[in-house]
Design a protein around this ligand. Structure first.
Ligand code: ADP
Length: 769
């Protein structure tokens, strides 16, 4: 199947472009989705790292402050047993970082200096526990920012003993700086953590412990300030499973049965999404995370992404975790992508329509050109009509096509002219039915039918009814011949029988399918008749030739025998007379001599009768056309002349009818021409021509047969019987010819031809009209 240019253009310009847009949109759809998720995870990872760094930064000043205080006390720069000095040092350290809730120093004998942030009546409050033996006093001092005392009073109810506190016990045990697990500060009821560092004697024993309380609510505030998508959250889980920092601080605490506060662990945490995301991390009362882990989970029909980070350091086994709904990151882009798809679809439709429009614009001239070509080929449009606006290439194609059409038309006209004007009968015969599709005038003239009548006939209808059918297009006839060269008898419309020669060739189309015969006919009736006449003449001549030869032999014999017979008769008569005169004549001898005389007389009579018989045809003379006879005799010898490479030139001008025996004159002509051909064929001359000429001379026609041969052998006594130079010759031809010519009232003679060759002349009487 051939593709339509219009369809190709439409698909090319509209379809492919449409597909291209869809492919780009689809690929960007997939890649953007993946990129978004990667981005979300990176973001969560950054947030985790950020939270860790913040926590670290938040806690590190505490370590510095505790260790500095412990060192100062240890090196006795500050007298740890002078509470006022210690209070001032701790006061200064407390002011260093806002996250410090309080700093304190407890000793082995239960003394305690504690500086903490306060509200009323001053921003700082100091608690000093002094011991002397079993006595202990607790003094509370409130100070302003400049360390001025605002209020001072004793607290006799205080029973606090630093040595019983976990931070003291732990630092004392480990003799190094320790971090407690996060807990809810008793005084402020806020979550916090305590860092404790031991103050050692030179002996290595513990003199006291310096501690720093750090409120970690700020870490929750920091987490609350983090923007993780629109609804994502970060939290910090302690390795024991407690959630110690979360944007919603209220969720962190719960009450024990005794009314004290504690952290809520992750498995009971009130943030259900956090529970779903990280609850599973808690196993056997601990949470352990080895490395940063990003994962995806579903909660409430929505997909979330989450990250958990390994602990901040060995001392702080805090695990930072964050989660966020996937849609927080993808929703904008999804919305954007939806918009893009609509825009792409719109662009695809618009560009598709533009492509179709463009395809139509490009194809329009081609279509117009195709329509024009179709109309021209159907003959419904003149090729001279102006070409519609089109492309250079089509114009070139059109030019070539027009040239071909012009050439084809010229050929058709030429063919039509040839067909109509040719001197031969021409017909076009349908290859399927054998009907005469088209005939020329000559065809009509030969057959006697009108063109109209012939158009309803098949060629086979013209064939003579007595002859077998010709060129029948029956289905059962098998394949028809592609070329015909034949002669056949036809019956004209008027019933007359004519001979025609037929030449036909089959014309095929491009696919080799037979279209029609082109057939030419010639009326060869005349030629046929002439051929018949020549054949007849030939037959008669061979009879005549036989008769003439026999006659001439007989005449010769009669002539030769006449004298001896006469002599015999005379001698027999004389002998008879002599015998009768003699006495005692022998009657038996007499009878014998009489018998000799009688028989010789009888022989003479037989010879006379034979001569009379041989000359029986001499008198049948009729007027005839000598020129026509010369042509016919020429036809008779033409085969042997061609074999001997001799041309017989018999150009005879118009002559009056001659009066003679036509057959005998034909015999003379054939004899003379044959002799001439034989004479030429014996010699190697280049000029090998026998000429027959005739013209009127008075009341006679003089006929001349000349040749370019060697001429007559001088030793030959021409026109004499049995004179021949040929091994197979009888030497009778010329004498017969002479007898014939003379019998017809003419003369036959020979002359040498100049420079060579022989020339025989004879005359015949012109017929009286
Ligand atoms: P045949 O042809 O049987 O010999 P003809 O009587 O026809 O008898 O001829 C006698 C002879 O005359 C020939 O053998 C030939 O030698 C000679 N003759 C006849 N015609 C020619 C000619 N045209 N040219 C030369 N010689 C001729």
């Amino acid at each position: 199947m051939r593709n339509s240019l219009g369809a190709m253009l439409a698909i090319g310009l509209a379809g492919l472009q449409f597909i291209a847009v869809l492919a780009v949109v689809f690929s960007s759809f997939v890649t953007s989705e993946r990129a978004l998720l990667d981005h979300a995870r990176d973001l969560l990872s950054d947030i985790g790292t950020n939270a860790i760094e913040h926590s670290r930064g938040f806690l590190s000043p505490a370590r510095g402050a505790a260790e500095l205080s412990a060192r100062l006390a240890q090196d006795r720069v500050i007298a740890s047993d002078v509470p006022e000095q210690l209070e001032r040092l701790l006061f200064q350290q407390l002011q260093l970082a806002p996250q410090f809730a309080g700093l304190y120093h407890g000793t082995e004998n239960g003394e305690f200096v504690y500086v903490m942030r306060s509200e009323e009546p001053g921003p700082f409050r100091t608690k000093i526990i002094r011991t002397e033996g079993d006595q202990r006093t607790t003094e509370l001092i409130w100070r302003d920012d400049d360390f001025n005392v605002i209020e001072r009073r004793m607290d006799p109810d205080d029973v606090y003993d630093p040595r019983s506190r976990p931070w003291y016990i732990l630092a004392r045990e480990q003799l190094t700086t320790i971090w407690t697990d996060p807990y809810i500060f008793f005084s402020s009821q806020r979550p916090g953590i305590t860092l404790a560092s031991p103050v050692l004697e030179e002996t290595g024993s513990v003199r006291g412990i310096v501690g720093v309380d750090i409120e970690i609510s700020d870490i929750s505030d920091f987490l609350a300030r983090l923007r993780i998508g629109t609804s994502g959250r970060a939290l910090i889980i302690h390795s024991n499973g407690d959630v110690i920092a979360h944007p919603d601080k209220d969720l962190l605490k719960t009450q024990n049965a005794d009314g004290t506060l504690r952290f809520v662990d992750i498995q009971n945490f009130e943030d259900p999404i956090a529970r779903a995301a990280f609850g599973h991390l808690m196993e056997g009362g601990t949470v352990s995370v080895e490395k940063e882990t990003l994962s995806q989970f579903t909660y409430g029909g929505e997909t979330y992404v989450s990250v958990v980070m390994p602990p901040i350091n060995d001392n702080l086994s805090w695990i930072t975790a964050a989660y966020a709904p996937e849609s927080d990151f993808t929703s904008v882009i999804k919305h954007n992508r939806r918009t893009n798809i609509w825009i792409a679809a719109l662009v695809a439709v618009i560009t598709g329509l533009c492509g179709l429009g463009l395809a139509n614009y490009i194809y329009k001239p081609v279509r117009a050109f195709a329509v024009r070509s179709a109309l021209i080929s159907q003959g419904e449009l003149d090729p001279a009509e102006p070409l519609p606006k089109t492309y250079q290439e089509l114009e070139n194609a059109n030019r070539t096509m027009m040239q071909q059409i012009a050439a084809r038309r010229a050929t058709e006209i030429e063919y039509g002219k040839t067909f109509d004007l040719t001197s031969r009968g021409m017909a076009q015969i349908d290859a399927g039915t054998g009907r005469l599709v088209r005939v020329n005038d000559r065809f009509c003239k030969i057959t006697g039918y009108s063109a109209d009548a012939l158009s309803k006939m098949a060629f086979s209808d013209l064939v003579h009814p007595d002859d077998p059918p010709f060129l029948l297009f029956d289905a059962g006839q098998g394949s028809v011949p592609h070329e015909i060269n034949s002669e056949l008898r036809c019956q004209r419309k008027d019933g007359e029988t004519i001979w025609i020669s037929v030449n036909a060739i089959m014309i095929f189309n491009h696919d080799g399918k037979p279209l029609h015969y082109v057939l030419t006919i010639d009326d060869v009736t005349q030629t046929k008749q002439t051929e018949e006449q020549i054949a007849e003449l030939n037959r008669e001549l061979s009879n005549l030739s036989r008769d003439n030869t026999m006659g001439q032999v007989a005449a010769g014999l009669a002539h030769e025998l006449n004298q001896p017979l006469t002599a015999i008769t005379q001698n027999a008569d004389s002998a008879l007379f002599a015998v009768d005169q003699l006495a005692g004549s022998d009657s038996e001898l007499h009878t014998m001599l009489e018998e000799i005389a009688t028989q010789s007389m009888r022989a003479g009579e037989i010879i006379k009768a034979l001569r009379a018989f041989i000359r029986r045809d001499e008198g049948i003379r009729k007027p005839f056309d000598l020129a026509e006879l010369v042509q016919q005799t020429r036809h008779l010898v033409i085969a042997e002349a061609r074999a001997a490479n001799v041309t017989v030139d018999a150009d005879i001008a118009e002559l009056p009818l001659v009066n003679a025996n036509r057959l005998q004159i034909a015999q003379v002509l054939v004899n003379l021409i044959r002799n001439a051909i034989e004479a030429i064929s014996d010699c190697p001359r280049e000029e090998r021509v026998v000429s027959v000429r005739a013209h009127t001379q008075g009341s006679q026609v003089l006929v001349m047969v000349s040749d370019t041969g060697p001429g007559v052998d001088p030793s030959i006594n021409l026109f004499t019987e049995f004179e021949t130079t040929k091994s197979t010759g009888m030497g009778l031809g010329l004498s017969i010819c002479k007898s014939i010519v003379q019998a017809n009232g003419g003369k036959l003679w020979h002359e040498d031809r100049d420079p060579n060759g022989a020339c025989f002349y004879f005359t015949i009487d012109v017929a009286n009209t």
